[in-house]
Ligand binder design. Sequence first.
Ligand SMILES: [Zn+2]
Ligand SMILES: [Zn+2]
Length: 232
Amino acid sequence: MVQYDSKTHRVINVHSLKVGVGWTHLIETASGLVLVDAGSPGKQSKMFRYLEKLGRDDLRLIIITHAHLDHYGSALAIGRSTDAPIAIHREDADAMAKAETHLGLVRGWGKFVERTMPLVERYLSPEPTQADLLLGDGERLDRFGLDAQILHTPGHTPGSLTLLVDGGLAFVGDLASTRGRPHAQLFYATDWAQLERSLKRVQSHEPRWVYTGHGGRPIRGEVFQRIKARRV
Ligand SMILES: [Zn+2]
Ligand SMILES: [Zn+2]
């Protein structure tokens, strides 16, 4: 999807691609590509085929929004073959390094997933993934050619982050979803009150488009502003 930023008069290209269960987003920058999330374990060939189709071999950075296996699963394989460093918020780095997926205090459908998770992990066997770069709140990514900052937006996991690209694009991971109608995270959080605060924080930046970890289409800014976290 092509975004035009009327403030900077720049065009930002975002390619959204489903890699296993999770959606990943490739952002074109002036000096290469930045990947947000890396999909489920063992699904890297889909990303490689897509990069080949684009004719690009300049992946500069892999940002993982949080340490759930459907987001970091193929990160190591993609990082190995492209030499792109893997970055995650410092509070989720340990879980990713141990190939763990903490679902937190699950609700509704999440209870079923929680029960089947040991089986899923055994079947998919995610690789322990060491981060090359630990991110923190307010960190800028200009050195990777991307005019953007990291917001620490915990709740879904302790180290969930949002990538806020100048010009109004937000990549929120599993803070919200567009599977079905756009909505806030409903099933999994390590801290539901924190999740609500994080959602409000991203909304306070009034992004124009919001990309999520599940569902391929971005949420329009006006719609995102109306999304509310469901109270316990
Ligand atoms: Zn998640
Ligand atoms: Zn997810």
